[in-house]
Design a protein around this ligand. Structure first.
Ligand SMILES: NC(=O)C1=CN([C@@H]2O[C@H](COP(=O)(O)OP(=O)(O)OC[C@H]3O[C@@H](n4cnc5c(N)ncnc54)[C@H](OP(=O)(O)O)[C@@H]3O)[C@@H](O)[C@H]2O)C=CC1
Ligand SMILES: CC(C)(CO)C(=O)C(=O)O
Length: 342
């Protein structure tokens, strides 16, 4: 039986970049996005990938969700985490009985996906490369970084190996893992730090490199790693983030060395600010704070781990979203004060 095309549901920065690379390699792929003029640009004049890695334009078949018909074996989900549930409702009727959804997102979306389509039809993925959607048919691919795939039950199957091969078309160093949750929790810790960098307008590298702000990144990393450990997760490192250095009892010097490595990593990207900063400052919309970071406080409470810095971070991001606090050092300072007092 002929393979169905891969559907990429959410064709913004992450989904669009993956789709352009796969389509250029001759792989059958269809982008699905709710932004109609982006869909039109991708399928007519082409999707332009720009930036320091490569510059090319690729025409990619694309549809809006209401135009999708039939069933597909592989659906890559790449919407923001707060859009996951709505997207799952739309895509579920189009997933074949033996197919699966792969989450190319930040957060623990695999839990939501498994609830909606079943554990067997869910595959885990971790992406750390940097990209920005700049407008219809325009994506900046800012830097290469870790791309990892693994089954949520830790098994390695033929379908996992096949997806790994596909991901290597995009990222030759893509990893096949039996511990996808370890990577996803590692990214939650790094992700919490990225949310903190969005409290002001400095770049990710500038924030991470400032010794006055290190206390914040260290505390956030430690809180997330404490929750992960209490829940039996063995986190895995990537691109400068070393979970061991944030483990309970690990030295301050170690954590600071990892934060310095993250600053250095982020000095070499054309995507200077996080997706969170972009949501707040450029797109003027709400962020993934609740499904991505708020969830850590809830999961921590379940296992008796306090997360005061995480709680303050969630409060400050909401205040920026609501317009009651500015994106400024004064707002970041409130998080420094919380971290110093714990
Ligand atoms: N950008 C990056 O560098 C990185 C992002 N990530 C993660 O990847 C995920 C995707 O982020 P990113 O690509 O940046 O986000 P984008 O906003 O660039 O892309 C998401 C796209 O999905 C669309 N969309 C939303 N809901 C639906 C729906 N129900 N059906 C179809 N399309 C929909 C959005 O439309 P609309 O704009 O109207 O909402 C948007 O065009 C996030 O979890 C993010 O944290 C991870 C690593 C790096
Ligand atoms: C910064 C990045 C690309 C991770 O490296 C990210 O995940 C984001 O923009 O939210």
């Amino acid at each position: 039986m002929a393979e169905t095309p891969i559907l990429i549901w959410g064709a913004g920065a992450i989904g669009g970049t993956l789709g352009a690379y796969w389509a250029r390699a001759g792989m059958p792929v269809v982008l699905v996005d709710q932004v109609a003029d982006h869909v039109e640009a991708c399928r007519s004049r082409g999707l332009h990938i720009s930036g320091p890695i490569e510059d090319f334009t690729q025409v990619v078949p694309a549809l809006t969700p209401d135009q999708v018909t039939g069933r597909f074996d592989i659906i890559v989900l790449a919407v923001k985490a707060q859009a996951t549930e709505a997207a799952l409702q739309q895509l579920s009727p189009h997933l074949s009985a033996n197919g699966y959804v792969l989450s190319a997102q930040n957060g623990l979306n695999e839990l939501t996906i498994a609830d909606a389509v079943g554990k067997e039809r869910t595959m885990g993925c971790f992406v750390n490369f940097g990209a920005d959607w700049h407008g219809p048919g325009e994506i900046l691919f800012g830097n290469r970084a870790a791309v990892v795939v693994g089954e949520i039950d830790g098994s390695v199957r033929d379908r996992t190996k096949a997806m790994h091969e596909r991901l290597m078309v995009f990222e030759p160093a893509a990893v096949l893992t039996d511990n996808i949750w370890g990577y996803l929790w590692g990214k939650l810790a790094y992700g919490a730090m990225l949310f903190a960098t969005a409290l002001n307008n400095d770049s990710m590298a500038e924030n991470l490199a400032d010794p006055r702000r290190t206390v914040v990144f260290e505390q956030l990393g430690r809180e997330v790693m404490a929750v992960a450990k209490a829940r039996g997760v063995v986190p895995v490192g990537f691109n400068g983030f070393d979970p061991e250095l944030f483990a309970p009892g690990a030295s301050e010097a170690g954590a600071r060395a990892s934060i310095a490595a993250l600053a250095e990593f982020n000095r070499h990207t054309a995507k200077t600010h996080s997706g969170i900063w972009r949501d707040l400052a450029v797109r003027k919309r709400r962020t993934e704070i609740d499904p991505q970071i708020g969830v850590i406080a809830r999961l921590g409470a379940e296992v008796g781990v306090d997360t005061p810095a995480i709680a303050k971070l969630v409060e400050l991001i909401h205040a920026i979203e609501d317009g009651s606090k500015p994106m400024a050092m004064t707002t970041f300072q409130e998080l420094i004060d919380t971290c110093r007092s714990t």
